[in-house]
Ligand binder design. Structure first.
Ligand SMILES: Cc1ncc(C[n+]2csc(CCOP(=O)(O)OP(=O)(O)O)c2C)c(N)n1
Ligand code: SF4
Ligand SMILES: [Mg+2]
Length: 295
């Protein structure tokens, strides 16, 4: 990942951002729509291989970085956020996107999610929420509803699902949005808004897994999501909390739910005030006396 030495390649059309890899997602998968939306937003905003870094976790969602011709890193399962935080610390001038799954982000990586939100790190998180562990063939995840039947909970899930936006809100995140993958223009708009926001931004994308999740289907979301009206004020913290609490039949709000202005983690570090760490030459120190001491 040598950003400074890469030759800048700006795409003029979404197709130019396709990598040579053959797309392996199932026909109808919500990941296809997230891929399309991201390419569109990248072309419109000139997110290219020298100003943007992508990080993904492990899961079907993580394949997105293999299908995009942009600088990227696929981390360990659950560890996309710490890698992204490290990239941002090394070069805070980069736009850093994290593609993570509901399992990756909320189970294995739940701890990282809470603390990245608490620190208000300047990252854009695209949470592919299909409410199931898809790559490992459909086990119950922290987003699966109570009663959900899968091969890991054949008699029905006894746990309550986790609400990632409520969790991020209480931890300290400053941009919280929800989108349905089937509405690509709305997703493009939110991706651009989230990237423009300074601080920890999360878009929970309702991403149907057409192969393993037969509860949260395209039809389910088409019947049950509603767009927040223009009169809705995402800067009203109390109203946002009430909206974040909504989840039910005909009652799933989508759009920008909460936005606040707060200092970012990177913005408060004196070491980064002048220039990114990658542009700062390491200080040379003579450590030969230490060697002698420990010999
Ligand atoms: C540390 C570790 N634990 C478990 C796994 C196995 N594993 C790979 S992907 C996955 C689940 C992925 O689910 P999610 O993050 O929701 O992504 P999706 O496939 O649904 O997009 C698991 C459990 C792993 N690769 N590494
Ligand atoms: S298994 Fe599910 S999440 Fe994975 S590619 Fe197929 S539809 Fe998409
Ligand atoms: Mg999943």
């Amino acid at each position: 990942m040598i950003f400074s030495q890469a030759k800048k390649q700006s795409a003029k059309t979404p197709l130019e951002l396709n990598s040579p890899e053959v797309c392996t997602w199932c026909p109808g998968c919500g990941d296809l729509a997230i891929w399309a939306a991201f390419k569109q937003a990248a072309v419109e905003n000139n997110w290219n291989n020298t100003n943007t870094a992508l990080v993904a976790g492990i899961g079907c969602h993580g394949h997105i970085v293999n299908f995009l011709k942009l600088t990227s890193f696929e981390g360990l399962h659950g560890r996309a956020l710490p890698v992204a935080a490290g990239i941002k610390m090394a070069n805070h001038e980069l736009k850093v996107f994290v593609f993570t799954g509901d399992g990756d982000c909320l189970a294995e990586g739940g701890n990282h999610f809470i603390h990245a939100a608490r620190r208000n790190q300047d990252l854009t998180v695209i949470l592919h929420d299909n409410a199931v562990y898809s790559l490992t063939t459909g086990q119950t995840s922290p987003r699966s509803p109570k009663g959900y039947i899968s091969k890991s909970t054949p008699q029905g899930n006894v746990e309550e699902p986790l609400h990632p936006l409520r969790l991020a809100f209480t931890a300290g995140a400053t941009f919280l949005a929800r989108a349905y993958a089937g509405n690509i223009p709305a997703l493009v708009k939110l991706m651009k808004q989230a990237e423009a926001h300074r601080g920890f931004a999360v878009i929970q994308v309702l991403q149907p897994c057409v192969t393993f999740n037969h509860v949260y289907t395209h039809q389910f979301y088409q019947e049950n999501v509603y767009e927040l009206p223009a009169s809705y004020d995402p800067t009203d913290k109390k109203e946002a909390w009430e909206k974040l609490d909504e989840w039910g039949l005909k009652q799933i709000p989508v759009g920008l739910i909460y936005q606040a202005v707060a200092p970012t983690y990177e913005g408060q570090l004196p070491q980064l005030a002048k220039q990114p760490l990658v542009k700062t030459a390491p200080k040379k120190q003579d450590v030969s006396s230490l060697y002698k001491f420990y010999r």
